[in-house]
Design a binder for this molecule. Structure first.
Ligand code: ASP
Length: 351
């Protein structure tokens, strides 16, 4: 799935029937997961292995690439291909998620993503290397590859984050094509439907999609990560989630490990989710223990609306151990080495 985890929101506007939404989401996820597992067999150069419940398909192998949701499978394949052709780990995590940014079937990443409540699609992305270098863009319009723009921020500016019109201007000055501002046919259809009943409440990620967060380690143990999204569907104009916030949606430290997040950004920002996981691993927790602790913390700090909030974490440590955990069932991730690429279901706090 890339399940647009039915995130949603507390901003005083929530009145949806969470249980039925959860059920519908999980049915959609199953369907999309099955479709993707089928098609994944044809990813060139990467064999697909059976889905497993275990937190890891293969332990301690390097290079190692992990990505959130079903869209992680082709993204991992693109990242692995980059490594095989001599790319660095930062090249790999950028290339991998660029694949998702172009996926027209995806309504939660890239310019084809669902818009905000004004009908405008705005994108958020971050990238980080294990040496502490990082860059991010947020609230960007008309740029097809916000992840590459985040990399420009990291490598060519003295800053970490550039947003809105400033980010668009940076894209222009760096020669990025500026796309026509129009919704993709699928997004337009969904938006028109949403407007009828929504009363402009940025409540639900109805699509079975979600942000892609990717973390990876090369053969030498250097790590990097990337995270890119169109964010919460029908959000308020100007809203920014966790994905471009270093420490919330993504954090990487070569000395310890890496983590990324997906789900309702507000709930993840409140606990600095990805940073928290890396710090817990620094104190000796395994990636799985750290993800479970982060979910517990998130639940404690968002207890009022937890029934309506989905969030999931994905982590690796420098030994190549893997962890993943979510608030509600339904989160999954893709794990790849040079030879293998497969989907794994994460465990969840609520069963
Ligand atoms: N985390 C993203 C955000 O809140 C959205 C998502 O993962 O669905 O913007």
């Amino acid at each position: 799935m890339k399940s647009r985890m039915m995130s949603l929101i507390s901003l005083n506007f929530n009145n949806l029937n969470a249980d039925s939404k959860l059920t519908r989401m999980s049915q959609r996820r199953k369907f999309i997961k099955q479709s993707l597992m089928g098609s994944a067999l044809f990813i060139p150069g990467v064999s697909t292995i059976a889905e497993a419940k275990a937190p890891s398909l293969f332990k301690g192998e390097k290079p190692l690439i992990l990505s959130t949701w079903n869209h992680g499978l082709p993204a991992n394949a693109a990242a692995v291909e980059k490594l095989k052709t001599g790319g660095s780990i930062i090249d790999a995590v950028e290339t991998g998620v660029k694949d998702t940014e172009l996926d027209l079937s995806n309504l939660s990443v890239g310019l084809q993503g669902l818009p905000d409540r004004e009908g405008i699609t705005t994108l958020d992305a971050s990238i980080m290397s294990g040496d502490g270098s990082c860059g991010a863009v947020a609230f960007v319009r008309q740029v097809k590859h916000p992840i590459s723009l985040a990399r420009v921020v990291m490598e060519k500016t003295p800053h970490v984050m550039i947003v809105g019109e400033g980010a668009r201007q940076l894209a222009i000055s760096e020669g990025f094509p500026i796309e026509k501002e129009e919704l993709s046919p699928k997004a337009k259809e969904a938006y028109e439907k949403w407007k009828i009943t929504s009363q402009y409440k940025p409540i639900i990620n109805i699509e079975n999609h979600d942000t892609i967060g990717m973390i990876g380690m090369d053969a030498k143990g250097n790590m990097a990560g990337s995270c890119t999204t169109s964010g919460l569907s029908y959000k308020m104009h100007g809203r920014v989630g966790d994905s471009p916030i270093i420490g919330a949606g993504l954090f990487v430290d070569n000395e310890v490990g890496a983590a990324t997040a997906t789900g309702l950004g507000e709930s993840i920002i409140r606990i600095c989710g990805s940073f928290l996981i890396v710090e817990l691993m620094r104190q000796g927790r395994t990636p799985q223990e750290a993800c479970e602790e982060a979910v517990k913390r998130l639940i404690a700090k968002n207890s009022k609306n937890i029934k309506d909030i989905q969030a999931g974490f994905l982590a690796m440590n420098k030994d190549g151990e893997v962890g993943a955990y979510s608030v509600h069932p339904g989160f999954n991730f893709a794990q790849a080495t040079l030879q293998k690429n497969g989907m794994i279901d994460s465990g969840s706090h609520f069963k």
